[in-house]
Design a protein around this ligand. Sequence first.
Ligand code: UDP
Ligand code: MG
Length: 201
Amino acid sequence: MYKFSSLRKPSVYFILGGPGSGKGTQCELLSKNLKFVHLSAGQLLRDAITSNSQHKITIENCINNGVIVPSHVTINLLDKAIFDNLSSETFLIDGFPRNYENMQSWIELMDHKINFKSVIYIHCSRQNMILRIQERSKTSGRSDDNLQILEKRFITYQNDTQKIIDHYRNLNKLIEIDGDNSINIVQAQILELLNKTLIHS
Ligand code: UDP
Ligand code: MG
């Protein structure tokens, strides 16, 4: 039996941007303002470590080297999070897809089950991202919030994730936001641009 009978597929936005660009902060605000559900791929992976998932060691190794966890692990977590939560219609997937493997596997495994909307890309200067992560590291408790691993995360972002951003820009599916502004200004800009695309879609 199908677990749900709704004919409507859940809508999905991806949120991309460098480490410390404000993805999580902005998604939290969007989830309040628009009643979207925020799913952080990174947080789902950290939760899987805490709950002793069978992939715990793999995930830990990737996170502590600033590289990307194999797609099947991340997509499995996202799949569960979306389809265990069918009361909601729209999901913000924060920090995914980060490379071609992520994107291809998502298309293969998930695309037919969801209604893909677009990618929100928060562009931010490296200097700002470093400052924010340094500040966050005081309270985040995250093993990867230190300068050494941050440098590796930047390299992964530049080599892998930037290509995904370019790909969605070429498809005309990218909503670009200047993330160097204050939290409230960035939020207002996202809301404005989302409104425009909603009117035209
Ligand atoms: N990560 C991953 N795949 C994902 C999301 C996260 O492999 O889809 C891993 C990756 O090692 C990354 C870490 O989790 O460096 C932290 O990701 P998160 O998005 O939480 O960090 P942010 O970019 O927001 O600082
Ligand atoms: Mg984050």
